[in-house]
Structures are given as C-alpha cells and as structure tokens.
Design a binder for this molecule. Structure first.
Ligand SMILES: Nc1ncnc2c1ncn2[C@@H]1O[C@H](COP(=O)(O)OP(=O)(O)OP(=O)(O)O)[C@@H](O)[C@H]1O
Ligand SMILES: [Mg+2]
Length: 593
C-alpha cells in the first residue's frame, strides 16, 4: 500500500501521478485556457497591487489630475479582465475534473464487469460502491484543487515577490524569515496526510456497506429487533470517519495558524526594517503600503500552497486505490476455440473443487456423464456440493483438479463467451433488474428478441398468467431487484429468461422451489418439451420433480454416493430410497400445495 518511508514523492507516487496526468492529457487545450485564466487571475492581482502605490502617492499625496481621472477606469479594467480569467480557470478545471471522474467511474465499473466471481466475495460490496461514488470524486476534486492552487497561488507568490522587489529590495529582506519556515510547515503537513486519506476511503466504504446491509435487511432488523445493534454498528463506522476527518482538519488548522504566526513575525520585521532612521525618509507611504499589501497577498497564497501537498496526497491515494482495481486481472480465459453449438455431451472427470477463501473442499473427486438430450438430476443434503458442481460449468470457478469435457474437448479450450452462450441458467437466488418484465426476460444478448418469442417463453414458464394481469403487461416496471413480485413470480421470470435463451445446456438449480405444485407441474410439462434436445442438469430437493430424470446422482459431502434411475435407486434401498420415503410417507407436509 502507501509507502511513507521514502518521503512524499516516492517512485510509486510518481508513477500514479503520471498515470493520472494521462487521464487528463487529452483535454490539454482546455487545460491551457484554464492555466492562462489562472495567470490572468494572479497577474491582475499583482497589477492592482502595483496600482496601490500610485493610489497613495500620486492621488492622495501629489493630487495628480491624470491619475485622478484614470485610476477608476484602470481598476474597472483590471477586475473585468481578471473576472474573465477566473471564469476560464474555474470552469476549465471543473470541465476537466468532471470528465476525468466519468472516465474513472467507467473504468472501475467495467473492471467490475470483467473481474472473476471470486473477487466479489472477497471485498465488501460497500467498498465497491464507494470506490465509484466517493473515491473517484476525490481524485478529481483533489487534483483539480491542487492544480488550481499550484498555478494561481504559485504565480501570485512569484508576482508579489516581483512587486516587492521592484518597489523596494531592502524591505523584501523580511521574506527571508517567512519563506523557509513556511516551506518547513508544508513538508511536515503533507507527511501526515497520505495515510489518513487512505484510511478515510476505507471507512467511507464501511459506511456505505453498513447502510446497504441495514436497508436491505430492513425486515429482519424490525422483526428481530436489530435496531440497537445496527445503530451501534453504524455509529462505530461513522465515528471512525469523523475522527479521521477531524485529524485532517486539525492538521490543516494547525498549519494555518502556524503560517499566520510566521507571517506576523515577518510583517513585524517588515515594519521594523522600514522604520529604521536611515531608511524611514527614503520610503514613500505608497511604496511601504504596496510592499506591505503584496506581502499580505503573498501570505494568503502561501497559506493555500501549504495545502497543495495534502490535496495531491488525497488525490494520489484515491487514484492508487482506483488503479489497483482497474489493474486486477480479468477472468482467466485461456480458451481459443469458439464453440458454436455444443452437442451437449458433458463429462465430469474426477473433479475436485477447493474454495480458496476458506480452503474448504466442496467437491472431492466426482465423475459424472451427462449424455446429450438427457436430464441429470442432482439430489442430496444441503451443503453436499450440488450448486458448486453446476457453478463449474460457466467457469465461475475452475476445478482445482480433474477436468470437465464437453463434446470430447476439455472445456477450458473454449472461449468463455462462447462457452457461456451454450448455457441457460436458473439459479438458486433469482436476480432481476430494475426494468420492465419484458426486458428482464429478454436480458443482455437476448435483448433483440421479438415480443412474440418473449410471450411464448413467458407462457412456457407459466408466467404469462400473472404478467397479463399487470397494468402494462410485459412493459410493467418491476422495481429494484423485482421487489414488487412474489418469490414464485420472480422464479418464473428467470425460467422464461432461460427458455428464451434456448441454449443446448440447461441448468435448473432449485428453479421451481418457490412455486405451488400446480404451477410447478405446468412448468415441468413445458420444460419436458424443452429438455428433449438438450442436456439438462436439475437440482431439486422436492423429489417428485425429478422422478423422470434419465439419471439421478445422489451427492454427499462432495462425492456421488449413488446413481441410477428412480426405479433403480428405490430398488437399491439406499440414501435415495430413504429420502424418498421421508418425503412421501413420513412428512407429506414437505410437499407444498
Ligand atoms: N463461495 C464459497 N466459498 C467457500 N465455501 C463455499 C462457497 N460456496 C459454497 N461453499 C461451501 O461448499 C459446500 C457446498 O455448497 P453448495 O452450495 O454447493 O451446496 P448445495 O448442495 O448446493 O446446498 P443447498 O442444497 O443448500 O443449495 C458448503 O459447505 C458451502 O459452505
Ligand atoms: Mg445449492
């Protein structure tokens, strides 16, 4: 992570900085205009400052008629031009900043779309959200602030120094006290900054995550009385954020006050130098005032300049976090051959799977052949590895050992995209999008489907029955993650989506678990027609739904312990027969109606 030992500008920072510049490089013409605006801004101030000498000496001491006429016009002129400069610099910087934010957000988001499934389990989703909403904003605001201060105030300091030197080199000596001391303050401040910024980003993620979880689980919170627990948790993360932000505020405030103290000393030195008996008669009031005010202006700029480092640090640590995610390797796709349409001859050969996160071996040497056009049912206790086995198919996870052979080829040889095109999937947790019913069925690559096809799929999934009753039919919006629908309705939409995809491999993981027996029977009939020319893998706890499967495999602790047809397994009198007895004799309540 951040490296504080090697000073502020270590190699890593320089690298991040250069990459960040790359993001704004294409907006260089606007950047140039903005910088010219900043120079006009600072220059206008310097020019006005120089006019002060004339104001005091020529207008009020000498009563010079020429200047009495021209001075108001000059003032208006200077500030009108300066206003243009300020506008160009402010708007130009924001223009670049907003574009950079958008590009960063897009890059992070597209990284999320291509990262491997394992990544999402490892990082809290709050962090992932706040990286897009908060961290990328930080990059732009911090770096545009930094640029603006560095150029405008940097130039102002130089211009004021020139004003002072031009008017009276002797008085300028007072700066010798101020400048080194302020430089020291700036270095000390920026050291503290970077680490704190990093930690703030982390806590912003925790805040987002906590809110997301508590809002998402609002029912559980109410029923189980989790309010106190949730507020305590939220209190703790916001307290942490506040503490870190206050640390930064304290650093800024302390540096501000220190600069002020240093400045007053320098100011006193200026007055002391200007009032020595040898010089007091040689310096006109106008010159003295001009130098004094130039010094005051320089001071304000120097004070802002001490925060430049901290802004840069804030931007850099935000950018670093973003680049780390953008640079993460995408899903491995070593496959080269493109699978057009598989025959659906699927073979699992001694497949083992260990989840890296907890080193848990979910599949322990499993052989299974699913012949084209057949239905293979996976049954077994909860946690026996059924979902793990089917999640290997679209290569969400790769087998730790053994291989999966599709049409006689190791499935790793196929490109990910073409492999996934072969699979229609109804998962254990149905995910829907904030869109219309129709667009949820014809999702992604199915988006071009005709309305007739969508209706046919919805009919096969027994979904048309409730869709037709919705106010706008297929065009009814279903709210975020389909929260206006019942569990069974959501499942039927997912089934319709799978039917519409019309892929040669069909995976149904507890696809009808939330349905009543009547709807389930209707869908079974539709699926039966569908299953004829494809390879189907069905996972079901309700054994009545899989009795007709060509092959039933019983899983236990990551192994297949029994296999055969329904009749064979009943005759065998083992695990399956026992399960079946339990469901049909002892506890008929198991079959929901
Ligand atoms: N992403 C994961 N990381 C670590 N362990 C996991 C992960 N997913 C599943 N497991 C573990 O692997 C085992 C098998 O899980 P799996 O989801 O395959 O079971 P299942 O047979 O589908 O169960 P159910 O019938 O309840 O859906 C479980 O013990 C589970 O704890
Ligand atoms: Mg499962």
């Amino acid at each position: 992570m951040s490296n504080n030992s090697g000073g502020v500008w270590d190699a890593k920072s320089r690298q991040v900085y250069r990459r960040l510049l790359g993001y704004s490089a294409r907006y260089w013409p606007i950047g140039l205009i903005a910088i010219v605006g900043m120079l006009i801004d600072g220059g206008g101030l310097a020019l006005f400052n120089q006019m002060l000498k004339i104001l005091v000496d020529k207008l009020f001491r000498d009563k010079d008629a020429y200047w009495i006429f021209w001075m108001p016009i000059w003032i208006i002129g200077i500030f009108y031009v300066r206003a243009l400069g300020t506008f160009a610099s402010d708007y130009g910087i924001s223009y670049i900043g907003r574009h950079v934010v958008q590009v960063m957000q897009r890059d992070v988001f597209s990284a999320y779309l291509k990262l491997p499934a394992a990544y999402f389990g490892n990082e809290p989703s709050g962090q992932q959200v706040s990286r897009v909403t908060y961290t990328s904003e930080q990059v732009a605001s911090a770096s545009s602030d930094a640029l603006k201060i560095a150029v405008t105030d940097g130039f102002t300091v130089i211009a004021m120094f020139a004003v002072m030197l031009y008017n009276n080199a002797y008085l300028t000596l007072s700066l010798l006290i101020m400048v080194p001391a302020i430089a020291l303050v700036a270095t000390v401040v920026s050291r503290r900054y970077r680490r704190i910024s990093r930690r703030i980003q982390g806590t912003m993620g925790s805040v987002a995550g906590t809110v997301e979880e508590s809002v998402g689980a609002h029912r559980e919170v109410r029923i189980y009385g989790g309010q106190a627990h949730e507020s305590a948790r939220f209190g703790a993360v916001t307290q942490q954020t506040r503490r870190l932000n206050l640390k930064i505020a304290a650093t800024n405030a302390a540096s501000g006050s220190t600069v002020q103290i240093i400045a007053s000393t320098a100011m006193a030195a200026l007055v002391y130098l200007g009032t020595r008996p040898q010089v007091i008669n040689q310096i006109s009031p106008g010159i003295f005032l001009t130098v004094l005010i130039a010094m005051g202006t320089m001071l304000a700029s120097l004070k802002r300049l001490t925060t430049v480092q901290s802004n840069i640090q804030r931007g850099l640590s935000a950018a670093e976090d973003i680049f780390e995610v953008i640079d993460l390797p995408a899903e491995v796709d070593t496959g080269t051959s493109v699978l057009t349409r598989t025959r659906g001859d699927l073979r699992f050969e001694d497949v083992r799977l260990t989840y890296p996160r907890n080193n848990f071996e979910a599949l322990r040497g499993l052989d299974l052949h699913c012949a084209p056009g057949t239905v293979t049912a996976l049954v077994g206790r909860s946690g026996s590895g059924k979902s793990s086995l089917v999640s290997l198919l679209p290569r969400f996870v790769a087998p730790t050992q053994g291989r999966i052979v599709l049409d006689g080829n190791d499935y790793q040889n196929y490109t990910l995209a073409s492999l996934r095109k072969q699979i229609a999937w109804v998962g254990q947790n149905v995910m829907l999008f904030d869109d219309t019913v129709g667009n949820n069925i014809a999702y992604g690559e199915l988006a071009g489907a005709s309305e007739a096809d969508i209706v046919a799929a919805a009919e096969a999934a027994n979904a048309m029955e409730f869709i037709a009753r919705m106010p706008q039919g297929l065009h009814t919006p279903i709210g975020q993650s389909g929260n206006t629908l019942s569990g069974g309705q959501r499942q039927r939409i997912a089934i319709a989506r799978a039917i519409l995809k019309n892929a040669p491999i069909l995976v149904l993981d507890e696809a009808t678990s939330a349905l009543d027996t009547e709807s389930e029977r209707l869908i079974q009939q539709a699926l039966q027609r569908l299953m004829k020319d494809r390879t189907t893998l069905v996972i079901a706890h309700r054994l009545s739904t899989i009795e007709h499967a060509n092959l039933i495999a019983v899983l236990d602790q990551g192994r297949i312990v029994e296999r055969g047809t329904h009749a064979e397994l009943i005759a065998l009198g083992g695990h399956y027969a026992a399960l079946h007895r339990m469901q049909f004799n002892d506890s008929p309540g198991q079959v929901r109606g």
